[in-house]
Ligand binder design. Structure first.
Ligand code: BGC
Length: 451
């Protein structure tokens, strides 16, 4: 990319430059105006689950400060904002009685965005299922699909005339495997069969929700799902390590992409998971592969794997290449990976319209004596990824927008408040926001529509 270092590369017209957040990570107001308990409210109160015992009770207090946050979005010239709806604000018990206050809150948020010329991209599920449903088995209970449909119905009936971009789920791999296999996320279950069942029901609920969102929308409505995908590389040229690549790709990428785009689960993974695979009914795959309008891709890092017989599930482990640079999450900085991933999805899955729905980096930001946050490493991270994404566009990939994770520092799940991903700094004790240098830099990118 060096040859381009001094030239501005331009992105397509009407490219959606945005930033993303999720309800539990920013809203706070965890029990206000009728909101019910979610699994993350519960998980954070379970000792030892979240770093420093942090919880999202207040988070960035965006439930109360959303108007101010939208002003900041305008200040940095955002064209689009991706946020999620807290299911337990709409259905405090997960089903049954609707909480009108919850719907009204998101209506105010959407209207304020539209008045500010910012396009809302709405995620229905970013990991916070109502606790009441978890009590009945949560995503491992097939009935949850029906409750999710009711939730999609209520929300899209209210907002479908104004929200044109819908994302059913955020990262079903994380929900399935971090929530139900490693157990490091809520609800903290450690069981492979459960994790696989959850992945199937999440995908099924996605397909069902697509039809509902479509019905409640209009000709401008665009519907997709967001997957956390990674480009996978072998630790060595050995046959074993190359096999490990195929398996990890099957586990992380193809297990979700194939059913959505091809209407089938990958044969090699069905064989590998064997008797842990849940019952898949004939009509399920048809539902899951309901046509969507775009794919949301969250990309943070690549994955390097080696064969490892000690690892029971996949027989492989990931390797941290030495000499590479890492973010504060200990994720390798590998911009080329976004290019290779975008090309691969384009080639293997029907050339879909793609949005990068998340990309960004955590660094230990500090306020300097002038009150500024000089986050040069984040600027470099974003710039290098933007350039690689641009290369993919030049090669024909239909990338139509890019959302930086995150608009502001927020609750980073099991890491609590210890990791800062924001373009805007959050001073939690005072809830003061400070636009970081990366935020000012991003503003220029957006205004030039290029890097
Ligand atoms: C999630 C975000 C999270 C980010 C950084 C993604 O997996 O969608 O909620 O904060 O990565 O870890």
């Amino acid at each position: 990319m060096n040859e381009k270092a001094n030239k501005t590369v331009r992105f397509p017209e009407n490219f959606f430059w945005g930033a993303a957040t999720a309800a539990y990570q920013i809203e706070g107001a965890y029990n206000e105006n009728g909101k019910g308990e979610s699994i993350w409210d519960r998980f954070c109160r379970t000792p030892g689950k979240v770093q420093d015992g942090d919880r999202g009770d207040i988070a960035c207090d965006s439930y109360h400060r959303y108007r101010n946050d939208i002003k900041l979005m305008k200040e940095i010239s955002l064209k689009a904002y991706r946020f999620s709806i807290a299911w337990s604000r709409i259905f405090p018990q997960g089903k049954g009685q609707v909480n009108q206050d919850g719907l009204d809150f998101y209506e105010r948020l959407v209207d304020e965005l539209l008045d500010s010329g910012i396009e809302p991209f709405v995620t229905l599920y970013h990991w916070d299922i109502p606790q009441a449903l978890q009590g009945k088995g949560g995503w491992a209970n097939r009935d949850t699909i029906g409750y999710f449909k009711d939730y999609a119905e209520e929300v899209s009936r209210k907002l479908g005339d104004r929200v044109h971009f819908w994302i059913t789920h955020n990262e079903p791999w994380v929900v399935s495997f971090l929530g139900h296999h490693s157990g490091i996320h809520a609800p903290g279950i450690k069981n492979l069969s459960t994790a696989l069942k959850v992945s199937h029901y999440l995908l099924l609920s996605h397909g069902e929700a697509v039809a509902i969102l479509r019905d409640n929308g209009d000709e401008k409505t665009r519907i997709g799902i967001t997957l956390n995908l990674s480009s996978v590389y072998p630790a060595s040229e050995s046959e074993e390590d190359k096999k490990a690549v195929k398996i990890f790709d099957g586990h992380l990428n193809r297990w979700f992409l194939d059913p959505i785009y091809k209407g089938s689960y990958p044969e090699d993974m069905l064989a590998l998971y064997d008797d842990k695979v849940p019952e898949i009914r004939a009509e399920d795959l048809e539902r899951i592969s309901t046509k969507i309008d775009f794919l949301g891709v969250n990309y943070y890092t690549r994955t390097v794997v080696k064969a490892d017989k000690k690892e029971a599930l996949l027989g492989l482990s990931s390797v941290k290449p030495s000499g590479a640079e890492y973010t504060e999450m200990n994720w390798e900085i590998y911009p080329l990976g976004i290019y290779e991933l975008l090309k691969r999805v384009h080639n293997d899955y029907d050339e879909p319209v793609i949005y990068i729905t998340e990309n960004g980096a955590a660094f230990p930001d500090k306020i300097d004596k002038n009150g500024r946050i000089n986050d040069e490493p984040r600027i470099k991270y974003l710039k290098d990824h933007f350039l690689q994404a641009h290369r993919a566009i030049e090669d024909g990939v239909k990338l139509s927008g890019y959302f930086v994770w995150s608009l502001l520092d927020n609750f980073e799940w099991a890491h609590g408040y210890s990791k800062r991903f924001g373009l805007i700094y959050t001073d939690y004790p005072t809830q003061t926001r400070i636009i970081k240098d990366s935020g000012w830099w991003y503003k220029k990118v957006i205004e030039k529509n290029g890097v």
